[in-house]
Ligand binder design. Structure first.
Ligand SMILES: [Fe+2]
Ligand SMILES: [Fe+2]
Length: 281
């Protein structure tokens, strides 16, 4: 199966140099963001179930790769969670995750249908490519921004995994025998997925990861506030090169020239928006 050509064995938690951990290099804002990211990554099994339902009539290899992908995403959650537990011994991944699970249930995970919420399998894969473009550049930005050696290593490994996931979903996208979507439709799906980044998922993960249960009553969940806090690190750690890479990956996924004018403009606009958000955060 062609998909296998982009997929190699990953890494294990035991391969990380945990002993290199340097508590004095931990930045509190980064730590808060890592805790939130750990919860989102750790929630992958639900998405595996959904994707397997949508791709149930695909070759068995595709379903195997979806499962392997989910295992890797969960491992990202474990690695980030373990790092956060070292940086803040009061943080417990399992406890924070249990709270997150209880309160966050996206609509499409609960449905029994085999339809993609993106309208088609191609749309689903474009949306996945957008997410993997985002995570790959996010972890690259973290790797480049942090001075803490273990986080640098973990973020570097995760960023490479996310890039591999992007290539996997890009290949699944190319292998679909559904009719091709129009360029506008592809762009619409991609922009729609980027917009969804503002939904509850990250904001609520940030809340569960950073507000202890004992403070829940004093500090109730407020989507706008926690969404802004969750975005704060992201907006400030990105460098222009990370945004360029992100936009090029998304451009390729929608079938545009990654080095063409659309990608150039996309980069300028996204960079401008992020600078503005960073200034407001
Ligand atoms: Fe991940
Ligand atoms: Fe990924």
């Amino acid at each position: 199966m062609a998909v296998a050509t982009v997929y190699h064995q990953g890494w294990t938690l035991d391969e990380i140099s945990w002993r290199m951990f340097d508590a004095s290099s931990v930045d509190p804002t980064m730590l808060a963001a890592i805790k939130a990211a750990a919860l989102v990554e750790y929630n992958a099994p639900d998405y595996v179930t959904y994707l397997k339902r949508v791709f149930s009539d695909s070759p068995p290899e595709t379903l195997t790769w979806i499962e392997r992908w989910g295992t890797e995403e969960s491992q990202h959650g474990k690695a980030l969670g373990r790092w956060a537990e070292m940086a803040d011994p009061s943080f417990k991944l399992d406890e924070a995750f249990a709270r997150f699970r209880k309160g966050y249930k996206p609509a499409h995970f609960g449905e029994a249908g085999t339809e993609s919420v993106r309208g088609s399998k191609r749309g689903e894969m474009i949306a996945r490519c957008v997410v993997e473009s985002g995570t790959s550049s996010y972890y690259a930005a973290i790797r480049d921004a942090t001075d803490e050696p273990v986080l640098k290593e973990v973020a570097g490994r995760i960023s490479s995994d996310e890039y591999r996931h992007y290539k996997l979903f890009y290949e699944v996208l190319q292998n679909q025998n559904e009719p091709e979507l129009s360029f506008l439709k592809r762009l619409w799906v991609a922009v729609g997925r980027v917009n969804e980044s503002n939904d509850d998922e990250l904001a609520y993960a940030y809340y569960c990861a950073n507000v202890p249960v004992t403070e829940e009553i004093a500090k109730p969940y407020n989507r706008k506030l926690y969404s802004r806090l969750a975005a704060r690190t992201g907006m400030t750690i990105y460098r222009r090169r990370h945004i360029r890479k992100l936009v090029q990956m998304v451009a390729k996924a929608v079938g545009a020239d990654p080095h063409g004018r659309l990608a150039d403009w996309g980069e300028v606009i996204l960079w401008y928006l992020m600078q503005r958000k960073a200034a407001a955060a």
